[in-house]
Design a protein around this ligand. Structure first.
Ligand code: ADP
Ligand code: ZN
Ligand code: ZN
Length: 759
């Protein structure tokens, strides 16, 4: 029985009579495909990704096109379909690869070819380039100091700030001086006239990051770091094994290992894709890479403008860019010869797409590596149970970094039982233990981070007299209180906050208050002199908000940072000595098999934020379930003990990675019809005689949220040790839906393999 390792042939030999082609792959509308007939003579040569010559348009002018899909049916009159003329040379390997990858994703995850293409082919939209100016100092250190002192005495603050900013010897962008430092353009002009500075202007590509210090020399690696880099590179060169997982505790120097590997790849003339979860993709993280590698880096993230994205791609095409840093979508960077895909924080659930195709970046990366011969290097302090399982099975090399750099101790952690706290009469959201710790650390002038699990704090509104909970009229979820309004987090429905219960008329109706804003209010009362920053969805609406809050905290402009998940990911604040987790509660995730894994990860990462500088750290975890293994083992930062517990459970209960799961979500407007359709689909598979019966089927049942946006949701689960079998089930279902024209318009059907969150 074949368990793992799916083989899918995407180089489907034609045999098919028609090819759908993309004429202009550089156009923003890449999803416009044209159908051509494949002549007999070419039928065994045309493949997905082939570059072909076709007659196009009214005058039948000859154009080069890429084959994106092969098919045996078409909606057009076959007599009027033109033929492919020949296979053209001039294939661009990166684009062929993208098309093949799209075809693979369509088949692997279940999606239309168009959606798969939109995922892999980046939007290309040309935008004008801009001019930028860089300022550098022409004075030596001595005279610069004198000039700055003179400016200070003359109260020429702008001049003084400019000179001081430039004293390191590096050039600084003018926009930085006029923006962040508030130096006026006329001040700079006059400094230029006096021969104090030089201003160079040139046309730039809009790199969204601006650093002037480049090529800083690398830290000498520790023995352990060096041996990992060398071992991996030598195995890479021998072609022996190219997939690896690095288990390294927080602060153990994983990033330096990544940089060592990147350097090795650049030496081999290869390009590198460095995946980082969007949430951890900050100035701080990127700066370290930029300082080391300079201009060959480009950064991709969802907040870039179309013009910025275009420039990045041009940089890749022209060979200026050799390292792409970014979230999931950076995977699709069309590098000519990628050598390595690095995935930091590989356990992050954001690596899984929530849109069709619902792909996991780790799986697509592995596929890309097979296609290109590149290596895959995963790193995390808390690897996904899946990856560690693969490593245990010998499918990944396993490296460990078990100690923090510089013998910095791991923080001391205490667990507080919130039930006991209540029983003993403390109704505050801060336990006595945490309160005492905050007093101490504030008194010593040290920084504190307080973390709230966003999903644990739904501020639902309920009546204390009759128990009514106010629900969204369109979804089966409770409304959350936001200041004087109530909103639905799923569909965005909003209503003014009610002051009396709509059922019993009681005025004792209020929100369960434990959101970040409430924490902030409480803290302000407790510590009127403390400077407090808050980072959550409300305070990070604008493009740079994230960055501003983090750098203010980093610069010591605040004593306490309060936040949700956002603040625990990969940020390195040396000043933080105390981390408080306000509610490490699990109960709200309980229906989901990944709940313990995610709780363990969050707590470990949160605890790991403390004591990254010279002062030792401390963490306090408040919880209602102090005896749960995910909480206890996070407190001791013992990943491998956690893994053992967890994999035991998964094997017993038949959850991934011990088994594969396919979740099929069916959504429709009318509850009964949707239910009937789901049952029809499920029944169809049950009665399918051609499928081997090595799978179990559960459902259909209402999804964990039975209704969203007025769509009723049913879910069917399939479980099997064979991924291929689950893919066959998916194919079969797609066929049923395809045959049922009415159903196709009436219901939405999503497939999710090994789901990382419940439907
Ligand atoms: P991780 O990514 O595992 O959390 P980092 O790579 O951020 O760890 O390293 C933690 C800290 O240790 C950083 O401040 C980093 O500059 C420092 N560090 C890492 N490697 C070395 C080294 N070889 N020598 C000195 N300091 C190092
Ligand atoms: Zn009531
Ligand atoms: Zn709603």
């Amino acid at each position: 029985m074949k368990e793992e390792g799916i083989i899918i042939h995407t180089t489907e030999q034609s045999g098919m009579p028609y090819a759908k082609v993309i004429i202009d792959i550089d156009h923003e509308k890449v999803d416009r495909m044209f159908t051509y007939k494949i002549p007999e003579s070419l039928s065994d040569k045309v493949q997905i990704g082939s570059c072909v010559t076709v007659p196009f348009g009214k005058g039948d002018s000859l154009r080069q096109a890429y084959v994106a899909e092969l098919t045996d049916e078409t909606d057009f009159d076959p007599a009027r379909i033109k033929e492919i003329l020949e296979i053209a040379g001039g294939e661009i390997p990166a684009e062929v690869r993208s098309l093949q990858l799209a075809a693979w994703m369509k088949k692997r995850y279940g999606s239309t070819m168009i959606n798969a293409l939109k995922t892999v082919l980046p939007v290309k939209k040309q935008v004008k380039s801009t001019v930028s100016r860089e300022v550098s100092l022409l004075l030596d250190d001595e005279s610069a100091k004198a000039a700055s002192r003179e400016a200070f005495l003359k109260h020429q603050k702008g001049k003084m700030r400019a000179i001081e900013a430039l004293m390191g010897g590096a050039a600084v962008s003018q926009s930085f001086l006029t923006g962040k430092l508030g130096v006026s353009a006329s001040t700079l002009k006059s400094l230029e006239k006096q021969g104090v500075v030089r201003i160079d202007s040139y046309e730039t590509y809009r790199t969204p990051i601006h650093f002037t210090k480049k090529g800083s020399s690398p830290l000498p690696l520790t023995d352990r770091q060096r041996s990992i880099v060398e071992d991996y590179l030598s195995r890479y060169d021998s072609g022996e094994e190219k997939k690896a997982l690095l288990l390294g505790v927080t602060g153990s120097g994983k990033t330096e290992v990544y940089m060592g590997l990147i350097e090795g790849m650049l030496k081999r003339n290869k390009q590198v894709i460095m995946l980082i979860p969007e949430i951890a993709l900050t100035y701080q993280t990127v700066r370290r890479f930029y300082e080391r590698f300079g201009d060959v880096i480009a950064v991709m993230h969802s907040r870039l403008s179309a013009g910025e994205k275009y420039d990045q791609l041009m940089g890749v095409k022209e060979g200026r860019v050799k390292i792409m840093i970014g979230p999931r979508s950076a995977l699709f960077t069309p590098f000519p010869d990628p050598g390595l895909i690095l995935m930091d924080e590989e356990h992050e659930t954001s690596y899984k797409s929530e849109n069709m195709p619902r792909f996991h970046a780790r799986e697509v990366a592995a596929r890309l590596c097979e296609m290109t011969g590149a290596g895959l290097f995963l790193g995390s302090a808390t690897p996904s149970v899946d990856s560690f399982y693969q490593a245990q099975k010998g499918r990944y090399l396993l490296y460990r970094l078990s100690e923090r750099i510089g013998e910095r101790p791991m923080p001391t952690v205490s667990i507080v039982d919130l039930r006991k706290e209540l029983a003993e009469g403390n109704f505050s959201m801060f336990s006595r233990r945490l309160k005492k710790a905050m007093d101490d650390h504030l008194a010593r002038g040290q920084q504190i981070m307080l973390f709230l699990n966003r999903r644990g704090i739904a501020g639902f509104v309920s009546c204390k007299s009759c128990g009514k909970v106010l629900m969204c009229p369109h979804c089966d979820v409770s409304l959350s209180e936001h200041r004087d309004r109530m909103i639905c987090h799923y569909c965005g429905y909003e209503a003014p906050r009610v002051s009396t219960c709509p059922d019993c008329g009681s005025s004792y109706i209020y929100g369960f208050k434990a959101g970040t804003a409430q924490v902030e209010d409480k803290l302000k009362k407790m510590y009127p002199r403390a400077r407090i920053l808050r980072m959550d969805a409300d305070t990070t609406k604008k493009k740079d908000d994230h960055e501003k809050i983090l750098s203010a905290f980093n610069d010591g402009e605040a004593d306490i940072l309060i936040g949700t998940q956002m603040i625990v990911k990969g940020h390195d604040f040396p000043g933080v000595t105390l981390v408080g987790v306000l509610a490490a509660d699990l109960s709200l995730f309980a229906s989901d098999y990944t709940a313990p894994e995610r709780t363990f990860q969050l707590l470990t990462q949160a605890v790991g934020r403390a004591g990254r500088g010279d002062m030792p750290g401390e963490a306090v975890i408040q919880t209602y379930q102090p005896e749960h293994y995910a909480v206890k083992l996070a407190a001791t930062q013992d990943y491998e003990a956690f893994y053992e517990e967890e994999i035991g459970d998964r094997q017993l209960l038949g959850f991934p990675p011990a088994c594969h799961l396919l979740a099929v979500l069916i959504a429709g407007r009318e509850e009964e019809k949707t239910d009937a359709f789901a049952r029809r689909l499920a029944g169809g598979i049950r009665e399918e005689k051609t499928l081997p019966d090595r799978f179990t089927q559960m459902g259909p049942a209402p999804a964990s949220i039975g209704r969203i946006r007025d769509l009723y949701r049913r879910v069917i689960y399939f479980r099997s040790s064979s991924l291929e079998l689950l893919m066959q089930i998916k194919d079969r279902m797609e066929e049923y839906i395809e045959e049922d024209a009415a159903a196709k318009d009436e219901y939405l059907v999503y497939f999710d393999f090994d789901p990382v969150s419940g439907f």
